[in-house]
Ligand binder design. Structure first.
Ligand code: ADP
Ligand code: ASP
Ligand code: MG
Length: 472
């Protein structure tokens, strides 16, 4: 008797910029996908080819300020880069259609940049339409490459799938609407055996205006799409073997972690580990979908599994990370100001500016509150605080707001540091022995991480000292 055919598992896979960075690399990616498609049902999400998003952003500023680079030249480079892949890798039959599709996008680039140069301005809304063109170009090429290998693949613009607010440049998705639209659009394709190749980074408002999910946002696109489809697993293919105990560019001794928990990954990516976009964990964590980080250039390495409760070899510190460019603000009130009121006003201001806080320390007896934020947000926050505390500053109830720039925040992370005594002591002794000065310290009561501020120029040394001390 015939056994009922087992339904294949659905895997969502995302490929980063370096993985699709050249004709040769795209070919390698197509091979990975074609190979996996024999065992699993797949949805693919792709980033733009390496360097393309930066080039698009440079073209926008060149067009709008009329100085510096020539945006038309950048357009020619983009055209050549993408056409070359098509001409090199696609059979003649597929080539002409794909070249037309590429030209259409490049015409869109030209129209937008001409507009920017005419009005000498670029709005956040127009910038999102331009900066995410790279993902459309890459998805068009990748789907064509797969078809050339006999895989029924189709490009899908994520504008039709991911619904967000209109915070252009860093839009927030509406999960329920995204789930509905993604399922409506992709399930019929999957049911008829088509492999969707979705543009990462890009999304749209309810009115269909293009938005983006923030730099590095294709990871988030993949977890949004994968979660909406209830995928069995989500695989993020990148250029390192997995999540490592520290950024391998700063700490050569860093090594791969076979498993980490969602909470550790959240902490890790929030504090600068570029390997994963900080928001990408959120959707999978809720649904407990395993997320894998794998290396396109080392396929035999299993990678890192990010899941609910990770197997760990030893207690204590799991990994060390850092944000290199931060600013440390100190707000000090005189006795007449209540600390809770001071803190409430500070955090309300940060909320209004939608700024992420990296670290907070307080000394309520002295009415002093210090907090660290990304350096790029410092000017906005300073202006906001000076406005909020205008009267207090005028009457001298508040000291002038102190801002220390070029600060780095280093963070040691480990879910089971909790209950392991002596970690903070070892950490500060190790730094002290080597003469690294700690400017501020914070440890959350969850004991998942200990953060401290040092000068930006001391960050790499601090990471190396702690990696050697804890040997995670
Ligand atoms: P992609 O283009 O594939 O999205 P990214 O450049 O965004 O890749 O992220 C991968 C990079 O993240 C790695 O090349 C590595 O240098 C960096 N990175 C930072 N911290 C870590 C870490 N702890 N583990 C692994 N990679 C890290
Ligand atoms: N291409 C976009 C960027 O460079 C998104 C991504 O790569 O994830 O930020
Ligand atoms: Mg990335």
């Amino acid at each position: 008797m015939n056994q009922p055919k087992k339904r294949k598992s659905l895997i969502a896979m995302k490929f980063g910029g370096t993985s699709v960075g050249s004709a040769e690399r795209m070919q390698g990616v197509a091979e990975i996908i074609a190979d996996q498609a024999r065992h699993n049902q797949l949805v693919v999400v792709t980033s733009a080819m390496a360097g393309v998003t930066d080039k698009l952003l440079r073209a926008a500023s060149a067009a709008s300020d009329g100085a510096g680079e020539d945006w038309r030249e950048l357009g020619r480079e983009l055209t050549q880069q993408h056409r070359q892949v098509a001409e090199q890798l696609l059979p003649a039959a597929e080539q002409s259609t794909v070249l037309l599709q590429l030209d259409e996008q490049l015409q869109h680039f030209e129209n937008l940049c001409s507009g920017f140069s005419l009005v000498r301005e670029v709005t956040p809304r127009a910038l999102d339409a331009l900066s995410s063109i790279g993902e459309v170009l890459a998805a068009t090429l990748l789907a064509a490459l797969l078809r050339a290998r006999g895989v029924a693949a189709e490009t899908v613009d994520a504008i039709a799938l991911i619904v967000t607010d209109d915070n252009f440049g860093d839009a927030t998705p509406f999960f329920d609407e995204t789930r509905t639209r993604t399922r409506q659009c992709l399930l019929p394709l999957l049911d008829r055996g088509t492999l969707p190749v979705v543009t990462g980074f890009r999304a749209a408002t309810r009115d269909g205006l293009a938005t983006t999910l923030g730099r590095g946002g294709s990871d988030y696109s993949a977890t949004l799409v994968g979660t909406a489809l209830d995928a069995e697993e989500i695989w993020i293919w990148t250029d390192v073997d997995g999540v490592m105990t520290a950024d391998p560019r700063s700490v050569p001794a860093a090594h791969i972690l076979p498993e980490i928990s969602y909470r550790e990954a959240l902490e890790f990516s929030f504090f600068g580990a570029k390997v994963l976009h900080p928001k990408a964990i959120q959707p999978v964590m809720k649904k407990k979908i395993p997320l894998w980080i794998k290396n396109t250039f080392n396929r035999s390495c299993p990678g890192t599994k990010i899941c609910e409760s990770a197997v760990r070899e030893k207690p204590g510190v799991r990994a060390i990370t850092s944000v290199c460019q931060a600013s440390l603000f100190t707000v000090s009130g005189k006795e007449v100001v209540r600390f809770a009121q001071l803190a409430a006003k500070v955090f309300h201001s940060l909320d209004l500016e939608e700024v992420a806080t990296l670290m907070v320390t307080q000394s309520s007896a002295d009415n002093v509150l210090s907090f660290a934020i990304h350096e790029e947000d410092a000017l906005r926050v300073r202006r906001r605080l000076e406005k909020t505390f205008e009267l207090e500053l005028l009457h001298g109830y508040l000291e002038p707001i102190e801002i220390l720039s070029s600060v780095g925040i280093a963070v040691v992370i480990g879910e089971n540091m909790k209950g392991t005594p002596g970690i903070a002591g070892r950490l500060f002794s190790a730094l002290g022995r080597r003469g690294v000065n700690v400017i501020a310290i914070a440890q959350g009561s969850s004991e998942l991480s200990i953060s401290f501020a040092v000068k930006s120029s001391d960050v790499t040394e601090a990471l190396q000292i702690l990696h050697a001390e804890f040997q995670p």
